[in-house]
Design a protein around this ligand. Structure first.
Ligand SMILES: *Cc1c(COP(=O)(O)O)cnc(C)c1O
Length: 387
């Protein structure tokens, strides 16, 4: 009988053989545009801190103040020993920001998707997913026990086909779930068409704005706001760990939706609340995103995106985002390209299966408002030397 470690060694060898092995890279510096790892300095194009708020003095100060007043650990689930004020301040700010009846925060975006879909959907229901939605949505949909259908990426005709199928196969409700800006492709969902279809077929819509909140829409409200359909999306999800510079996830929606999640979302109920200081940081991040400083940062970010894509003659989607994929295909090609960039002290992650499909490996460049034009030009030069 082989030991557990024998079996795992064999599995790890198989992962290595496919060029899909991953390992942690220890970083000794703060997570900014320049990071230090392995005793060397790198320009960092791997972070989702799109507005450059993670190290912002206002967020640091909010954390220090919250720690002084509330200490560090929350001590228990929010339903158990009382729900600390910073979570309520953050949720009030989110609901006001997104113009919804209420909001609820979770410890991570991942927990948000898991808690929400498993609370709302069950075996009588149908969940229809875009082919490229994030792993947390796929896992959540599977765990809910609902019947699952997948529509072709950003394809309203394919969605309509699945909605027709669902009409005959759902005893309960039909949920459509998509992202607004896709995490590994950086392209935008046709939200107007999707909203029209879900209304036509009486379905509910959940949109994950992880890579759009803080960046698109008025004050960074998100892409749904920019496209004028936010008020028609029942379940608006996002994370607090990307453009808002902190950590956590949220759902914005009706009072009924939020009250129901407090009663039924298991990762919310059965998990210790995050640090209250994390909520304070997120609230400070949202406040900056909404302010004129946020607007200045967004303008700078989009100028950098335009600079890089025009230099490299990359064809951008109609709505360019901060995620710029350079699809190389083979897993080897992506890891080799990333290694060559590291040789020039530039850090860009190689994204491989299972994060993207097999044979769709890529470099995933993310720009942030904290980068300088000079740093982006250095990246453009280094990319131009790859074949
Ligand atoms: C990052 C991400 C999440 C998960 O959010 P975390 O706060 O990092 O757990 C969810 N959805 C999408 C689309 C993401 O990119």
């Amino acid at each position: 009988m082989p030991s557990l470690d024998d079996i795992l060694r064999e599995r790890l060898a198989a992962i290595r053989k496919e060029n899909l092995h991953r390992e942690l890279r220890r970083v000794a510096s703060a997570p900014g545009t320049r990071i230090e790892t392995g005793g060397m300095a790198f320009l960092n194009f791997a972070s989702n801190d799109y507005l450059g708020l993670a190290g912002h003095p206002a967020l640091r100060e909010a954390v220090v103040k919250a720690v002084e007043k509330f200490g560090v650990g929350a001590g228990s689930s929010r339903l158990m020993s009382g729900s600390l004020a910073p979570f309520h301040e953050l949720e009030d700010a989110l609901a006001a920001f997104k113009k919804t009846g209420a909001a609820l925060t979770f410890s991570t975006g991942y927990a948000t998707a898991l808690g929400t879909l498993t609370a709302l959907a069950g075996p009588d229901d149908v969940i229809i997913l875009d082919k490229l939605v994030h792993a947390c949505i796929v896992d959540a949909a599977r765990l809910s026990g609902a019947k699952l259908r997948v529509f072709a990426h950003n394809d309203p005709d394919s969605l309509e086909e699945k909605l027709k199928w669902a009409r005959h196969h759902a005893k309960g409700q039909v949920f459509v779930v998509t992202e607004s800006i896709f995490s590994m492709d950086g392209d935008a969902a046709p939200l107007r068409e999707i909203v029209a279809l879900k209304d036509q077929y009486g379905a509910r819509l959940m949109v994950d704005e992880a890579h759009a909140a803080g960046i698109f829409g008025e004050g960074g409200r998100g892409l749904a706001d920019q496209l004028g359909v936010a008020g028609r999306i029942e379940i608006q999800m996002g994370t607090l760990g990307k453009a808002f510079g902190a950590s956590g996830g949220y759902i914005c929606g009706s009072r009924e939706l939020i009250d129901f999640l407090v009663n039924r979302a298991r990762p919310f109920i059965f998990s210790t609340a995050p640090l209250p200081a994390a909520a304070a940081a997120a609230a400070a991040g949202i406040e900056i995103a909404r302010s004129s400083e946020g607007e200045t940062r967004r303008r700078k970010l989009f100028a950098l995106i335009a600079e890089l894509t025009s230099k490299l003659k990359i064809v951008t989607p109609p709505l360019p985002s901060a995620i710029i994929p350079v699809v190389l295909g083979g897993e080897n090609r992506a890891t080799e390209a990333a290694a060559r960039l590291r040789g020039r002290n530039i850090f860009v992650p190689a994204i491989r299966y299972p994060t993207v499909g097999r044979g769709a490996a890529r470099l995933r460049i993310t720009l942030t408002a904290a980068h300088s034009t000079d740093e982006v030009l250095q990246l453009a030069d280094a990319l131009a030397t790859l074949d």
